[in-house]
Structure formats: C-alpha cells, structure tokens
Design a protein around this ligand. Sequence first.
Ligand code: 8YV
Length: 324
Amino acid sequence: MNKPKVYITRKCPEDSIKRLKNIANIKMWTDELEPVPRDILLNEVKDVDAVLTTLSEDVDESFFSHANKLKVVGNLAVGYDNIDVKAAERHGITITNTPDVLTETTADLAFALMMAVARRIVEASDYVKKGQWKNWGPLLLAGKDLHHKTIGIVGMGRIGTALARRAKGFDMDILYHNRSRDEMAEKTLGAVYAPFEDVLEAADYVVCLTPLTAETKGLFDGKAFELMKQDAIFVNVSRGPVVDEQSLYKALVGGKIAGAGLDVFEKEPISSDHPLLSLDQVVALPHIGSSSMATRYKMIDLACWNIAKILEGKPAVTPVKSRE
Ligand code: 8YV
C-alpha cells in the first residue's frame, strides 16, 4: 500500500519528526529560517494528504483550493490566526494546533521580558560589553521592582494562568481581564477579574496574552496606552496586530508609559529601522516565546502526532474549531 504523503513547510530536525517517518512519505522544505515560497507551497499542496505548517504560511481559501486529497493541516503553534478555519471546515480538512506543551515556556518568556525591561537587563549588559562600566554610582542603571507590584494580564488562558503563578511567586497582586472568569486562578492565586480599562489603569505591568481575532485586533490603541500608569511596562507575547504600534511608539516617546517588552510585531520580521527599535526602554525579541529546545521538540512532535492520527483514520489529539 502506498504511504500517505506529508509536506513540512520548514526544515525540522529529523529526530523530531520520527512519529511520521514510519507511516508517511515526508517531503520537507529545505530551509530552517526562510519560508517556503508561496508558489512552491501551493504546488506541493496539490499532491499531499497532510501539511505541517508554521505561522508564516497563510492557510486560506486559495491554499485549500489547490488541495486534492488534503486531510489535515498541523500548525506548529498554539495560535492559528494564519489559518482560515471556517474554510478548512467547508473543505472537510482538520486543523490542529500545539496547545499545553508550550504553556510554561511561553510564560517564562513573558516573565523574562517583564524583568528585562524593569531591570534594564539588555541596556546593562550592553553597558558592560561596550566597556562603559568604569565606575559605580548609587543610581547607575536603576530600574523598577516587580515584587509587590501589580500585574494586569489581558487574556487569561493557559499561558495567562501560568504567568499568574509566576507573578504570585514574586508577591505581585494579580489583576486579569478575559472573556470568561478563571475561578481556579481567583481561588488559588488570588487573581482578581476586572474590566479591561480598570486593568490598564491599575497595573504596573500590563501583559498581552490574548489571541488575535477580529475583536482583539488593535485592542491596545492610543486610548488604551493613555489609561495606563506613566511608569507602567507593557509586554506583548501574543500577536503583534493586537497592538497599534504607532500608538505604542507615541506612548513610549511621550512618556505615557515607561517601557515595553515585545516578542511579537505587526509585521514579522520587524524591519531593523522600525522606530520602536530605536528606544532604550524597548526590549525586542524575534517571536521566541515558545522557543526552548525541549518545547520546540514537543511542539513538532505534537503536530506530527495530530497528523499521524488523522492519517490513521483516528481523531486528532488537539484539533481546533472555527471561533464563533
Ligand atoms: C510559535 C506561537 O511556535 O504558538 C504560538 O502561537 O506564537 C509560537 O509559539 C512560533 O511562532 C512558530 O510558529
């Protein structure tokens, strides 16, 4: 019997895809960093049973219209805003994501960004490396505390709760805003639910963890930054378009807020001459929220497992449905 065919849109380590190797013929794009060109991808889609995608691929109506026998698209991310899930449902194609396995790693990075901006870690490291450290002064590179401050988490899903646990360990007060209440976090961590605007007004650290949807696009606009405390630090580890970057830049330059830690941007990769990158009070990362070696292996394995299940005629492990 012919084995099913799987196309993988980014070069992954051979030992990370072993779940699929025995059951499928695998073709993989040859570059680890450069995305597969659209025309090549659409050509590959024609002849395969499954595709393992990343956030770089638009999995939309035109993608599905090229497919002849596609059964499943396994997205290598918990977010799936790159995928038109409704279109997939119309075509009878299963979409899967990689939840849970990346929760703790991404929460670690969110906390690291809060810390990096608050304690000016990047500036301070540069100061030493550039040979500027000649002396000591009482206020040399003085930053802000995290302990006993208030964190405001916007988007209290799995990663939000994991971040709240870290904040609790730093004796922080936890405010959150979410579509639904998180009773467990309220009971066990003392997290307090508040309307979006109230979270912005009260928090010393505002962390954006909400998925990108039609409702959340541009959620952090000029008005939102205006509401924040002047010494607040804003962190985004979800999706760039949830933030209006021009408003964020204006808020930072105008002293409406004190700093920002950004792992995601409206357009990725962000151009190196983007105004936000010129600011000392901004720490910018190349979308590495889930990027620990162990977690990336787990994500690839889960994406492969989902694909394998569908190819074996079984239900996927972590399928996604279109949002209402
Ligand atoms: C992705 C992410 O893994 O999971 C998500 O939604 O944003 C990251 O963890 C990364 O961007 C690769 O697609």
